[in-house]
Write a protein that binds this ligand. Structure first.
Ligand code: E4P
Length: 220
């Protein structure tokens, strides 16, 4: 399973990337707005820091403008994946960009049928938002299960399932059990994945016992 970091904060991305935890990045207009920086500057920094796909979302909603925005975003760096919303114009944009060799991430997916349409439109990634489904009393992970089953039924569907709107480590475990291709994880959740209280307690005890031996490993 690949880990993307769901952030537009270059300091966070560099830090996690140095720890080898980042296979790609997803941004969205809300995450970019939080940085207070210019969109293209943010993207240039992220694309230079990360080798894998960096999702950059269009801001228009009509086909012609979305396509032009998508082309300009794609021209910025070879690892840009253009993000389009799951609307009819978005799917049309996806098909056109995909045909010209641009990776497209179709975002704001909330149903299995939407995921089928994205695959048929040639999306490189489909982003089902599981946390937002959980928020309204639905089961986000059930959607991931359905999409996995459907995509596995058809060799022609090569779209990767990019689990988005992740809220906690359990979401990552469940997505991995289902066989999702990618989880895009907020930095705080990504850091939590390494943490377990028994690891902390165990380490504390080992270090206390080691101290009693009076030995050092370096400078023997
Ligand atoms: C994914 O590409 C989105 O940026 C993100 O996962 C949305 O998450 P949210 O529901 O926490 O805003």
């Amino acid at each position: 399973m690949k880990f993307f970091v769901d952030s537009a904060d270059i300091a966070e991305i560099r830090d996690l990337s140095a720890a080898g935890l980042v296979d790609g990045v997803t941004t969205n207009p809300s995450l970019v707005a939080k940085t207070g920086r210019k969109f293209f500057d943010v993207l240039a920094d992220i694309c230079a820091a990360v080798d894998g796909p960096v999702s950059a979302e269009v801001a228009a909603t009509d086909f012609d403008t979305m396509l032009e925005e998508g082309r300009q975003l794609a021209a910025l760096a070879k690892n840009i994946a253009v993000k389009v919303p799951l609307t009819r114009d978005g799917l049309k944009t996806c098909r056109t960009l995909a045909q010209s060799g641009t990776k497209v991430n179709v975002t704001l997916c909330f149903s299995a049928n939407q995921a089928i349409l994205a695959a048929k439109a040639g999306a490189a990634f489909i982003s089902p938002f599981i946390g937002r489904l959980d928020d309204v009393g639905e089961d986000g992970m059930e959607l991931i299960r359905d999409i996995r089953t459907i995509y596995d039924n058809y060799d022609s569907f090569t779209t990767e399932i990019l689990v988005a709107s992740i809220r906690h480590p359990r979401h990552v475990t469940e997505a991995a059990k289902i066989g999702a291709d990618v989880c895009t994880v907020p930095p705080d959740v990504l850091r939590k994945l390494a943490h377990h209280p028994l690891t902390d307690r165990g380490l504390e005890a080992f270090l206390a016992d080691w101290k009693k031996t009076g030995q050092t490993i370096l400078n023997r």
